[in-house]
Design a protein around this ligand. Structure first.
Ligand SMILES: Cc1cc2nc3c(=O)[nH]c(=O)nc-3n(C[C@H](O)[C@H](O)[C@H](O)COP(=O)(O)O)c2cc1C
Length: 381
């Protein structure tokens, strides 16, 4: 989305609405849906809303820096496109336009192993850009090592194992519609993912000592600490956008305990419900290095469907990137101008404070929330 005069999209809601009108009902529900009652997804948003800023004034903020870091490297914003499987359902080129956009813009993309056009073409689409390859395990340890080596040879900067997907969850929107995703009927080897364990992580680290490893789907301090003991470079706090375990905690509610448990031994990344600059500032203030964006960038309809949308988060489509460049920086700037720099002593509490549940509009009944379309923080159309 851009606030340039010629852009037809001036708010996030406008391009979400456009996306809904362009996607088939099955693909729309696949994109916006979550597991069972969708409570975890709703809590993602509620956990962000639960933090309020403590703005400070009269400090010279005429020049501010909204850049971020990726494993020590400088990037345009502390934002990454999270891995999304089945991107070909939203754009005929799959993830390639998003890859070109992130490369042009200077933020990382995490490429899903179950999205088209695949590992090698995505490496080409992101040539010169920062990229991480995310794996769903569909084979034995040799199979994992083979894919890892392909990713290293193709120039990926890091590798990620998603660890919150031992089984595919119950997506009730699809079930209610009797919608069977064609690619799921072709899926094989899921039992290898279910069998994944810490010993595999240990063996992987021994085999690939020079490749940074992220574990995506960490949701407790305990597992964050174990990940650090295994030498993992990135603890990625995520509940899969609420698409796996229902009745989990909101991602941002988990972040403080994970940051404490990690205690500087690894970088902490997070995703789940982030859609605005203020959301991202909260996560950075609470100790995250990088914030992943999932559904948001999929709302830019594919060019093959005549899409005109400019996505907000350095998003799908080359045109999306052009519109996104100034837009996302503008969204971060107002918050950064009024807040103490995250990372300074006491940065998180100096910057924001957690509100009592009754003031933060904590989780409500899902259906009531889903019908509440005018709530500006919720972007499910
Ligand atoms: C349509 C869709 C497909 C996804 N596919 C994957 C995937 O292939 N691998 C993975 O690790 N996470 C996957 N995720 C989870 C995202 O990486 C991310 O954790 C989540 O979308 C973040 O929440 P948000 O959508 O509220 O930003 C998927 C999410 C969506 C919405």
């Amino acid at each position: 989305m851009s606030n340039e005069p010629e852009s037809p999209f001036l708010t996030l809601h406008e391009f979400v609405k456009e996306a809904k009108s362009r996607l088939s009902p099955g693909n729309w529900d696949y994109l916006v849906g979550a597991t069972e009652t969708e409570t975890t997804m709703l809590r993602n948003r509620a956990s962000i809303d639960a933090w309020a800023f403590r703005p400070r004034v009269l400090r010279d903020v005429s020049s501010i820096d909204v850049s971020g870091r990726f494993l020590g490297r400088s990037i345009t914003l502390p934002v990454m496109l999270a891995p999304v499987g089945g991107l070909e359902n939203f754009d005929p080129e799959g993830g390639a336009p998003a890859g070109r956009a992130t490369t042009a813009y200077g933020v990382p993309i995490m490429v899903s192993s179950v999205s088209m056009p695949g590992l090698q073409p995505m490496a080409e689409a992101t040539k010169g850009g920062i990229k991480v390859f995310q794996l769903y395990v569909r084979g034995d340890f040799d199979w994992i090592c083979d894919i890892t080596q392909q990713a290293i040879d193709a120039g990926y900067d890091a590798f990620c194992m998603t660890v919150d997907t031992a089984i595919y969850s119950r997506r009730e929107r699809d079930i209610a519609k009797r919608f069977v995703k064609p690619w799921r009927t072709r899926a094989t080897g899921q039992h290898f993912q279910a069998a994944l364990n810490w010993d595999d992580v240990k063996r992987w680290k021994a085999r690939f000592p020079n490749t940074p490893l992220a574990l995506k789907g960490i949701a407790t301090a305990e597992d964050a600490a174990i990940a650090c003991e295994h030498g993992v470079e990135v603890v990625y706090v995520s509940n899969h956008g609420g698409r796996q375990l229902d009745h989990g905690r909101g991602a941002l509610a988990v972040l403080p305990e994970v940051v404490k448990a990690v205690d500087g031994r690894a970088k902490v990344w997070i995703d789940g419900g982030f859609s605005r600059g203020t959301d991202i500032v909260k996560a950075i203030a609470l100790g995250a290095e990088l914030v992943g964006i999932g559904r948001l960038y999929c709302y830019a309809p594919g060019r093959g469907r005549g899409g005109r949308c400019r996505a907000d988060a350095a998003a799908a489509g080359d045109r999306g990137a052009r519109g996104a460049r100034p837009a996302r920086r503008h969204r971060l700037r107002p918050a950064r101008r009024q807040l103490p720099a995250p990372g300074r002593a006491g940065g998180a509490t100096a910057c924001a404070q957690r509100l009592p549940a009754d003031q933060s509009g904590g989780p409500r009944l899902p259906l009531a929330r889903l019908r509440h379309r005018r709530r500006l923080s919720t972007l499910t159309g």
